[in-house]
Design a protein around this ligand. Structure first.
Ligand SMILES: *[C@@H]1O[C@H](CO)[C@@H](O)[C@H](O)[C@H]1NC(C)=O
Length: 202
């Protein structure tokens, strides 16, 4: 009986911790910004600069998380079923391409502030983005990122990677449950206030 996931590897737990940490961090940071203008204050009252700084931070945390994930996979046992079956092994390629396409095109469609929580800084989009990839999935960034984790796990043939990918999906699911209503509230508030402004103008 061979264990296909080596839970004794500290790198596995470091990867799990990093996967859970990232969305937790950006949600705490964004709420602190929304309620207390914490990041804007840190940048001398310049909310756009604050948002860019948060973007760089989140982006860097993502790179670190990916690095830890790949290191963790290298310490894990390989399952022959994943590596010896060409259809399974090669499925990693379209998964990887789809994942990256979703992430990159959604960043392009949203811009930096749209991608990195600008709403919480008061930098709102004029209207919801409905162009590709938002016409195929409501959360292309999250789904694309999850697909990239899955692709890496399959390509390396690591069951531990599949488990960590499930954790990524769960972490994003929880994040969305927390973020989506809040973002909707921010925009609903803007629309209400916009209407009042409009009435005043009449
Ligand atoms: C989404 O938009 C793209 C580009 O405009 C288009 O090619 C594609 O058919 C659309 N997909 C759906 C499901 O509407």
């Amino acid at each position: 009986m061979v264990a296909w996931v080596d839970f004794g590897q500290p790198s596995f737990w470091l990867a799990a911790g990093s996967i859970v940490f990232n969305p937790t961090f950006w949600n705490i940071a964004a709420r602190q910004e929304y309620h207390n203008k914490a990041i804007t204050k840190l940048f001398g009252g310049n909310s756009r600069l604050g948002c860019y700084a948060l973007a760089v931070t989140i982006f860097s945390l993502g790179i670190i998380r990916d690095y830890i994930y790949h290191t963790a996979l290298s310490h894990q046992p390989t399952h022959p079923l994943l590596t010896s079956s060409p259809p399974i092994h090669l499925s990693a390629i379209p998964l990887f391409l789809t994942g990256n396409l979703l992430v990159l095109t959604s960043m392009y469609a949203l811009g930096i502030t749209g991608t990195y929580l600008g709403d919480y800084f008061g930098i709102l989009m004029d209207e919801p983005v409905t162009s590709f990839p938002f016409n195929v999935t409501s959360a292309p960034m999250y789904h694309g990122s999850t697909l990239s984790f899955l692709a890496a796990a399959i390509w390396a043939g690591k069951p531990a990677g599949l488990l960590l990918t499930a954790l990524v999906a769960l972490a994003y699911k929880v994040a969305r449950r927390y973020e989506d209503p809040f973002t909707a509230m921010i925009y609903a508030k803007r629309d209400r206030e916009g209407r009042r402004e409009g009435k005043k103008g009449l």
